[in-house]
Design a binder for this molecule. Structure first.
Ligand code: SF4
Length: 512
């Protein structure tokens, strides 16, 4: 019997990582090390936020359920922090890292402020290679265009590599409604598809799952042994189950990481080579491209390629960086350029730079709220810090709670390879949502009362003194009850005997 491969994702393995988990002298890979050994009754996987039409997503409630599953929370936190540390190591290995970030930011800002010109240049050049270019105003138009192309070819099955844009468009659901089978080719995305869940992270879609969760999903859907959660066994079983579907598919679909205006070509980065399968096995290749993915010149690509994988997974480069130029012999290539709210976002003075995002996920990996609450708790296509600033542009009411799911510590901004001022935009969204009355009445009333108190120093000092006395003397049940959401997970600190203000008055007589 051949020896199983040592790991699933070589880039995730670093022998000198002090946080690595070793067994029999071997550093366990990402998936093995992050999950606990199989117990007789694995901890059930916490599910994501409950979505009720247009009603605001209760991220707090879903996060509380994730936190209440300690194995999942610990694994998720450690797994993502591991990625953050690897990213830091890669960053320290590149002396010009900050210059690269500034350059990437400048290229994106320049492109976004000349977007019409570069999009037309891309279209002309792509057409000159025989690519058929379509324009989609929104998700519905995108889905209809792709459906039309598939119908013209009597295609009934489509293999697809990971694309957040198609998630935005509700593409799989639409295709199911018109009787076309979609098969995800990215392993994590396929796990999520089989489990009927959305991706919980832009780079590692099933990162919130223990391997026992995956074993359960595969046992139900592809007939694996439910008691076997060995990652190599599971990956191989899924490969065996999916490969025949890939070989028989009528059409293939990819997303796009970067589209180069001067050449009319586009680039897809993966670690599994699955985009190449989607693009090259069937003769019909459709690529869905968000209009913000344009960069002007091929030489600019090098800047982003150096930043992308290092920021995402802490690896120097993705295993595959595939360039697509035109249809293969006897085949057809279609590109769908999708707006879906991007032009409108471009006009938002405080939020347009969120379009610089290259979907590396670094802001998610570093965010303490995201790491402890899981991506599905956001109930939106985009989660974590970038989600907090993109999601409200799709629906302010539905995602009105999200910008409050942040500590505003600024770590997201510090790691962002294209220098988006994420935490400032989160803060700006809070203001906008309050001004537009999109926040719950209780929150608005509490903020108004706090604002009144903080703007009156004398009243504030009296209130603090009264609170100190209350905290020191009131019975515990009066402080820690259902009305004190803050105290549900924390102890209120013991009040000091003397505040700095009263000490200053007593010792300096109020003089500077
Ligand atoms: S906002 Fe920045 S850090 Fe977050 S996913 Fe986008 S590019 Fe990466």
């Amino acid at each position: 019997m051949s020896t199983p491969p040592a790991m699933l994702h070589p880039e995730l393995l670093a022998d000198d990582n002090p946080h690595g988990i070793f067994r029999d002298g071997r550093r366990l890979d990402h998936a093995e090390g992050a999950s606990k050994p199989l117990r007789s009754r694995p901890e059930p996987q916490p599910r994501g936020a409950k979505v009720h039409g247009n009603r605001p997503i209760d991220q707090e409630e879903a996060a509380a359920r994730f936190i209440a599953a300690p194995e999942h929370e610990k694994m998720h936190d450690e797994r993502l922090w591991d990625l953050r540390q690897k990213r830091d190591r890669e960053m320290h290995g590149i002396a010009e890292w900050e210059e690269l970030r500034s350059l990437a930011s400048a290229i994106k800002e320049h492109t976004l402020t000349h977007l019409d010109q570069y999009l037309e240049q891309f279209e002309d050049n792509a057409r000159s290679h025989g690519v058929r270019v379509h324009w989609a105003r929104d998700a519905a138009e995108h889905n209809q265009i792709v459906h039309g192309i598939l119908s013209d070819h009597s295609a009934k099955s489509l293999i697809k590599s990971k694309s957040m844009l198609t998630e935005e468009c509700g593409f799989r659901h639409y295709m199911a409604s018109v009787g076309i089978e979609v098969i995800e080719t990215d392993l994590g995305e396929r796990i999520q598809q089989l489990d009927n869940e959305d991706p919980s992270h832009v780079v590692v879609p099933a990162v919130h799952k223990l391997r026992t969760d995956v074993a359960e999903v595969f046992a139900k859907t592809i007939g694996t042994d439910p008691a076997n959660s060995d990652v190599h066994y599971l990956a191989e079983a899924q490969r065996e189950a999916t490969r025949p579907l890939i070989l028989a598919a009528d059409a293939g679909m990819t997303g796009c990481n970067f589209a180069v205006a001067e050449t009319g070509t586009f680039v897809v980065c993966t670690n599994e080579g699955n985009a190449d399968l989607s693009a090259n096995v069937p003769k019909l290749h459709i690529a869905s491209i968000g209009i913000e993915k344009i960069i002007p010149r091929l030489e600019h690509l090098a800047v982003f390629i150096r930043l992308l994988s290092r920021s995402a997974l802490g690896s120097p480069v993705t295993q595959y960086t595939s360039h697509f130029r035109g249809p293969r012999e006897g085949g057809e290539m279609h590109v769908v350029l999708v707006d879906n709210g991007r032009s409108e976002r471009l006009g938002l003075e405080e939020f347009w730079t969120s379009l610089k995002c290259i979907r590396c996920g670094a802001c998610m990996n570093t965010c303490p709220v995201y790491r402890r609450s899981g991506g599905l708790s956001y109930g939106a296509t985009y989660s974590g810090p970038i989600g907090l600033i993109i999601d409200p542009t799709f629906n302010q009411r539905k995602y009105s709670n999200l910008p409050f799911a942040s500590t505003l510590n600024g770590s997201c901004t510090n790691v962002c390879p294209v220098k988006i001022n994420i935490h400032e935009q989160i803060y700006a969204w809070r203001r906008v949502l309050v001004e537009r009355h999109e926040t719950p009445l209780a929150k608005r009333a509490a903020m108004k009362a706090a604002g009144e108190l903080l703007s009156r120093p004398a009243a504030y000092r009296v209130a603090i003194a009264a609170a100190d006395v209350a905290l020191a003397h009131l019975p515990r049940f009066v402080i820690y009850n259902g009305l004190n959401a803050w105290g549900r997970h924390r102890e209120v600190p013991h009040p000091p005997k003397q505040t700095f203000h009263s000490w200053y008055q007593a010792n300096r007589g109020g003089k500077p």
